[in-house]
Design a binder for this molecule. Structure first.
Ligand code: BG6
Length: 786
């Protein structure tokens, strides 16, 4: 930036006599200056209430720098950049004087300067300052093509969703998003920026960087320092708002976001925001169960802190991720002041061990990737290696990569220097977008609400010890507990789903009306329950129960009981989720959901396609219901489905509706295939039908799973399909589709004809019927007869 032809910038710091200037801004500017990165024409105007002169201001900056740096070097030239404008934030004339100061510098420099307004003040002053800036004409650019006016603001951006929205509206009334630079200094940390390079410029780990490969993520920001002189500020926010809502969530975003389209700021910010938007806000009971908060002894005696303060100086929070890439992966966040030994700031990514364990059966070995910010900037990959020697013993070792040797670390300086450098250049990558702010508050708000409603008691810990960390771990339970699900109904489909989930690391509690069926699956790892009561008792709340019983009365029996026997509605608790994964008619979903809702139990309807082999190895799922319940149960769907094979459709019954129509379409498609193959069979050409089905499967327009299954059926039974019945069975969905179309006033002649063909086939078996029935046998496991 030593090129004097570049942009001349004036940095106006509101609140220039305060702590932010001393601790962050002045030392960072010096850091840039020393590296030759500060434009010779960058000037700093301090704006504040104190009756200071330029000389006073420079003295103060000098003192600050001398206090903080052991050897700041000669400062005279650097200090010349600084001037002072006295004024209160409310005083309109002071802004006019500021405009004149800026105008004067601009004239000296040839007429045009860029302006960077840094609001180093508490947020309640923003409105006054921004309003006065606009009124004095200072927010406009001096040159519409190349000039800029930008505003830099510090966290916290509001104190909840509503206030951050209000703040955004205020900013948006005066600036465009491109002009607003919201600071989260963690985004400027070398190690966190390095995560993008680590993940997206290397392919080694990225293919396992998802729910299939990663078991859990743990993020810590443990400090040895206390709140220092910031008692008043800190007491109003607490640890979760101070670092959780911003730094910790950004750490998670960087480590789990999708690859951005490009490395442009907009794309990177959009990728971070999309990830943050997948975070599901916790329900009140989850806040109670998944969070811990504590305050260190002595905190209430700190200057500025309320002597009866209930503010946390430590917290730990657990959640599960959502979205197709990460659904169900547990994440923990923790941060605390005055925790020893320390500091420890890091992200630990623990991998699953997907292969069978070659160990004593008790501990399965795990690999971890650890991104450490403090004490050192390192990336470390732990792995298991054979110990040298005669015996075969393995031990944990690590590949360590130190980003760079830490020099003297001045808190904030490196990061703020980068942020200021980027703000001058107009690079918003390391600044937080409005979408990110919104998403982060959306996640944090319910936790803070829960805490202020008394859902989680405030514990106390001895400062400068590890006590808080240990107690939090105890209180929130062991890590690595398997997720649980109940599967009710262990027929062809239910057993497949249960086995599929067992393979993917779930603890499955299974129940079947004939109890021996569940018992027979115990060797596969199933926890067999003899009764619905046992099943519910074996599951930790909030429970997820997957129903796979025949559509109709069986579903009502299990849900609402039969005779004196209780049903799930009597046994489950509020916030438990029931998923009807069978082929229930969509019209029966709402009445059932309504009855369950009355007891606080959520209901999701799920159409399951792909037959028993899909259930066992990866199905296609169409899910309806309430989005929030879907997100809580998403991990189950993601594990049962093939990759990308589940979608949510809002509204109770939507899943079964989409599945019903799927079956209607299936009727028509099967009928058309069957009619075509009948024609070929009748023709005099002596066609090899298995060969026909096979050639259709090679890039023809009608290549499909159905034609593939037909090829299999011909291979199995011969072209005559002799063992197959010429009458076709049906389970209702075709008739329901025709009925739904009639009610909607829509003609569906193909589906209707296919339905009538099946109904009439009872009395009129045919070769066409054999083809349809053979297909049903292949994919649905229906018998060869009807
Ligand atoms: C700030 C918080 O945002 O981050 C401080 O307000 C905290 O309370 C600091 O100490 C931690 O930053 P770093 O860079 O030292 O990890």
């Amino acid at each position: 930036m030593n090129d004097t032809s570049g942009p001349a910038t004036i940095l106006v710091v509101f609140g220039a006599t305060g702590d932010l200037m001393a601790r962050k801004i002045a030392p960072s500017l010096l850091h840039l200056d020393r590296q030759g990165l500060l434009h010779p024409r960058l000037r700093v105007i301090g704006f504040s209430r104190r009756p200071w002169s330029d000389a006073d201001f420079r003295d103060r900056v000098r003192d600050t720098l001398t206090e903080r740096h052991q050897d700041p070097g000669p400062l005279e030239a650097f200090l010349k950049r600084f001037t002072y404008r006295r004024g209160t934030f409310e005083d309109a004339t002071a802004y006019h004087a500021l405009a004149e100061d800026i105008g004067g510098i601009a004239t000296d420099w040839g007429g045009c300067v860029d302006k960077l307004f840094y609001l180093a003040v508490p947020p309640d002053n923003y409105e006054t300052i921004l309003g006065n800036l606009a009124a004095s004409g200072l927010t406009s650019v001096c040159n519409a093509e190349t000039g800029y006016t930008r505003v830099l603001i510090e966290k916290p951006f509001g104190h909840d969703v509503a206030s951050s929205k209000a703040l955004d509206e205020l900013l948006a009334s005066l600036f465009t998003e491109e002009q607003i630079y919201r600071i989260d200094h963690y985004l400027a940390k070398e190690m966190l920026q390095g995560i993008l390079a680590f993940r997206f410029h290397n392919d080694l780990l990225e293919s396992a960087w998802n729910r299939a490969g990663i078991e859990r993520i743990d993020i810590s920001l443990l400090e040895t320092i206390g709140v220092e002189k910031r008692g008043r500020f800190y007491d109003g926010v607490g640890a979760l708002r101070d670092v959780g809502q911003n730094h910790l969530l950004q750490m998670l975003a960087l480590v789990t976001m999708d690859q951005p389209r490009t490395l442009d700021a907009d794309d990177i910010r959009a990728a971070r925001a999309s990830l943050l938007e997948t975070l599901r806000p916790l329900l009140p009971h989850e806040v109670a169960r998944s969070s811990y908060r504590a305050q260190h002894e002595g905190y209430r005696g700190i200057e500025g802190v309320d002597p009866e303060s209930e503010t946390e100086t430590y917290f730990r929070l657990k959640t599960m991720m959502s979205g197709p890439r990460w659904a169900g992966v547990p994440v923990s966040f923790e941060s605390g002041k005055r925790i020893a030994p320390g500091p420890l700031k890091r992200i630990v990514v623990t991998f699953r061990h997907r292969q069978p364990c070659l160990c004593d059966g008790t501990t399965h070995l795990r690999n971890r990737v650890v991104f450490t910010l403090e004490p050192d900037d390192t990336v470390s990959i732990t792995f298991w290696a054979k110990q040298p020697g005669f015996d075969y013993e393995v031990e944990e070792r690590a590949f360590d990569f130190a980003l760079y040797e830490k020099r003297e670390k001045l808190q904030y300086v490196e990061e703020y220097a980068k942020l200021l450098y980027d703000a001058v250049r107009g690079d918003q990558t390391s600044f937080v977008s409005t979408d990110e702010v919104r998403a982060m508050w959306r996640f944090v708000d319910p936790v803070i609400e829960g805490w202020s409603d008394g859902a989680v008691p405030l514990e106390s810990y001895t400062p400068d010890t590890h006590e808080a960390v240990e107690r939090a771990r105890e209180a929130l339970g062991r890590t690595g507990t398997k997720p649980q699900v109940g599967v009710l109904g262990l027929g062809k489909m239910g057993a497949g789903i249960a086995r599929n989930l067992l393979d993917r690391g779930w603890e499955v509690v299974g129940w079947n009306r004939t109890t021996s069926v569940a018992r027979a699956m115990e060797p596969d790892g199933l926890t067999a329950a003899d009764s619905l009561e046992d099943c519910v008792a074996a599951l930790r709340p909030p429970r997820i129960v997957w129903l796979m019983v025949p559509a109709g009365n069986a579903v009502d029996g299990v849900l609402f009981g039969t005779g004196d026997a209780p049903g799930l509605a009597d046994l489950l608790e509020p916030d438990d989720i029931v998923i009807d994964g069978g082929n229930s008619r969509f019209t029966s979903d709402e009445p059932r959901a309504e009855r369950l809702r009355g007891r606080g139990i959520d209901f999701l309807d799920c159409g399951t396609s792909g037959g028993p082999s899909g259930a066992r190895n990866g199905a296609c799922l169409m899910i309806g219901g309430d989005r929030e319940a879907f997100e809580r149960a998403e991990a189950v769907f993601a594990d049962i489905a093939v990759q990308g094979g589940y979608r949510f459709f809002p509204g109770v019954g939507s899943g079964h509706f989409v599945k019903m129509v799927h079956n209607g379409i299936e009727y028509g498609m099967m009928q058309a295939i069957a009619e075509g193959f009948s024609l070929m069979r009748r023709s005099e050409r002596d066609l090899d039908l298995e060969a026909v089905a096979d050639v259709y499967q090679h890039a023809s327009v009608i290549e499909s799973r159905l034609v593939g299954w037909l090829a299999d059926a011909y291979a199995r039974h011969g072209d005559g399909l002799d063992p197959v019945s010429g009458s076709v069975g049906h389970t209702g969905e075709g008739a329901w589709t025709v009925e739904a179309a009639r009610l909607a006033g829509l003609d569906v002649p193909v589906i209707e004809a296919a339905l009538h063909f099946r109904l009439d086939s009872d009395d009129a078996p045919s070769y066409t019927g054999k083809v349809v029935q053979a297909l049903r046998n292949e994919f649905g496991g229906h018998g060869l007869g009807t």
